[in-house]
Design a protein around this ligand. Structure first.
Ligand code: 4AD
Ligand code: MG
Length: 430
């Protein structure tokens, strides 16, 4: 019977065959322990000299790391390992030998591992992080489908820039100029006017010269947009969504979280609702904490966000930022025109902003004025202005950065480990 490692629990005391790679190995004169992986999971194979043909035992002892083989044996419960099962090996059939595999169980520097990302992905730790990323993706679709959202795919090649023009990747579109999408938001607003509640999930590109543990050049964003929703309604969707992501990872990725050494007691507290603080109160809080370098009107840096987040156990919404540091589409607060109706969600433990969102201007005259004020090309935005021209309604939306969320839930230090092939300021390889 040919199975995969993650099916082992259904085959206890049965003889099975699994296609695997050798991740690691320990052996003595009488017994060899093979750490085997098949993509679905990792499992130990035990080869006892006295119980197999001499040829098989010698093969097990001499096999090199990342050699691929079919292994045959009996699945047994193994209460000492977190996985819970191991194989008493009877037969080994080598498929392809691997010699001098560059990533050995010893410590390697980050740049070396990043240069070998195509192989590094096979490691135990990277496997656990990608499984959690996959669970967040799965849970995202479950949440928005359950809540009645329709998935809409905005274009990647665009002629307009929702978040400002400084960080756009330029390309030629035959004779025209085009940009890689930095956010699908404006298209999602059009979709919300057609379908009510929509969400997108796609790659976005930022030509940002930032070299921090939170910045990627190419990252994936989930962008919901809701017609007839005000900011407070949108915040409720956000906290329920994020709490659902945390719960899904806790429920379905216990083994992976353990492999990563993630403290799950802190994650178990991430239950909606989340606290809210205005930008203005956040500035006061920072001053109280001894930050003299921040003045009202300036954007927060990573140390500021971390200090604010440290005052709360759960993720915190910072609301009502100054108008001057936010994009053109955010409406003024009718009670205070110096600030806009927006919120960023800051994750705990220094992981920073995981969501940016706001209400959107729906008044035609206000929008036209703002487009002028920001020096945007009215013609390029003419389709977007149509949305305010024909039956405009209050609406809100937000964008959640997948990689920052994965970093937070897995406890990864840097976002480069949270995407299969990271694009960074100085890295396009592999
Ligand atoms: O705050 P941002 O720039 O918001 C927007 O793009 C809005 N148009 C979204 C919307 O309202 N539909 O980006 C949203 C999120 C951030 O909170 C962050 O999690 C992530 O995207 N993000 C990045 N992640 C990795 N690397 C980068 N360079 C990122 N820039 C933003
Ligand atoms: Mg933002």
């Amino acid at each position: 019977m040919k199975i995969t490692i993650n099916q082992a629990k259904d085959y206890v005391n049965q003889e099975v065959t699994i296609g695997v790679w050798l991740a690691n190995k320990r052996s003595s004169g009488k017994i060899a322990f093979l750490q085997m992986r098949d993509g679905t999971a990792f499992m130990q194979g035990v080869v006892v000299k006295a119980e197999v043909e001499e040829e098989i035992f010698q093969l097990a002892k001499s096999m090199t790391q990342e050699t691929s083989f079919y292994v045959t044996g009996t699945i047994q419960e193994d209460t000492r390992s977190p996985f819970g099962y191991e194989m008493a090996v009877k037969g080994i059939q080598v498929i392809a030998e691997a010699h001098d595999y560059p990533i050995t169980p010893k410590e390697h520097g980050t740049e070396f591992l990043m240069d070998h990302r195509h192989l590094w992905l096979r490691s135990n730790r990277q496997h656990a992080i990608m499984k959690i990323r996959n669970e967040i993706i799965r849970a995202t679709y479950e949440f928005f489908n359950r809540e009645g959202f329709i998935k809409i795919d905005p274009p990647i090649l665009t002629g307009s820039a929702p978040e400002g023009t400084t960080e756009l990747f330029h390309t030629k579109y035959f004779e025209e100029d085009a940009y890689l999408s930095q956010s699908g938001q404006l298209y999602m607003e059009a979709a919300a006017m057609a379908f009510g509640k929509v969400f997108s999930f796609g790659p976005t590109f930022r030509a940002e010269k930032s070299k921090t543990r939170r910045h990627l050049i190419e990252f994936w964003m989930i962008e919901p947009e809701m017609a007839f929703y005000e900011l407070k309604d949108s915040l409720e969707v956000q906290e329920n969504y994020v709490a659902f992501l945390v719960k899904s990872v806790l429920d379905h990725c216990a083994l992976e979280l353990e492999r990563l050494g993630r403290d799950t007691t802190v994650l178990e507290k991430m239950i909606a609702p989340f606290p809210r603080i205005t930008y203005t109160d956040a500035v006061k809080l920072l001053k109280e904490k001894g930050f003299d370098d921040i003045e009202w009107g300036e954007d927060f840096g990573a140390p500021h966000e971390t200090a604010i987040a440290d005052s709360f156990e759960k993720p915190v919404f910072i609301t009502h930022y100054p108008k001057g540091i936010k994009p053109f589409y955010m409406p003024e607060d009718p009670e205070n025109p110096d600030v806009v109706l927006c919120a960023d969600l800051i994750a705990p433990e220094g992981y920073g902003e995981i969501i940016g969102g706001s209400e959107r201007i729906h008044d035609l005259d206000v929008l036209l004025e703002r487009i002028k004020e920001f020096g945007l090309d009215e013609e390029a935005y003419s389709w977007y202005i149509d949305l305010a021209r024909y039956g405009s309604v209050p609406h809100s939306g937000f964008g959640l950065g997948l990689e920052r969320t994965v970093a937070w839930l897995t406890g990864a230090e840097h976002v480069r480990e949270t995407i299969p092939f990271p694009r960074l300021l100085n890295r396009l390889y592999p």
